[in-house]
Design a protein around this ligand. Structure first.
Ligand code: HEC
Length: 130
């Protein structure tokens, strides 16, 4: 990791910590907070679009998408931040991109609403560590 990207990572980590400590509106979903039916709906939507790159169980697919099980990026951010990320994705040319592979906006499915992305986020939180 270059000093520049290390600094960027540290800034991101600090921002994540601040957001995590903010509580209130920014709080990440606690287990049981999102209705089970909504979590299940998120899983179905995930299979429809995200699994192509991240694998059916979120295990990741080499050359396409990273492992999402126990994912630090998701774990360290409250729901609204994860949803905000999913809305824009992380293009290969983005300085924050780690793999030089595209994470498309809305996971490549423009039909996903913000509520859909929130349901998918709740489902991703059910993925334990590998
Ligand atoms: C075309 C392939 C592709 C699709 C489809 C896709 N992703 Fe991704 N995703 C990626 C890649 C590649 C990255 C890593 C980007 C990088 O290197 O920074 C990524 C990163 C992520 C991250 C951040 C992980 C981290 O550690 O930084 C999350 C969360 C994520 N994707 C969730 C999703 C969800 C949810 C969907 C469906 C709505 C989805 N992705 C659809 C390719 C994809």
């Amino acid at each position: 990791m270059s000093p520049r990207s290390l600094r960027f990572a540290l800034v991101l980590a600090a921002a994540g910590t601040l957001a995590a400590c903010g509580g209130g509106q920014g709080a990440r979903s606690a287990p049981g907070e999102v209705p089970a039916a909504e979590v299940a709906r998120g899983g179905t939507l995930y299979l429809r679009s995200c699994a192509a790159c991240h694998g059916r169980t979120g295990q990741g697919i080499r050359g396409l998408g990273p492992d999402l099980r126990g994912n630090a990026f998701v774990a360290s951010r409250p729901d609204p931040e994860v949803v905000a990320f999913l809305k824009v994705g992380r293009r290969a040319g983005d300085p924050a991109n780690k793999t030089r592979i595209d994470m498309p906006p809305r996971g490549g499915n423009p039909g996903f609403t913000d509520a859909d992305l929130a349901a998918i986020t709740a489902w991703m939180r059910t993925l334990g560590p590998p």
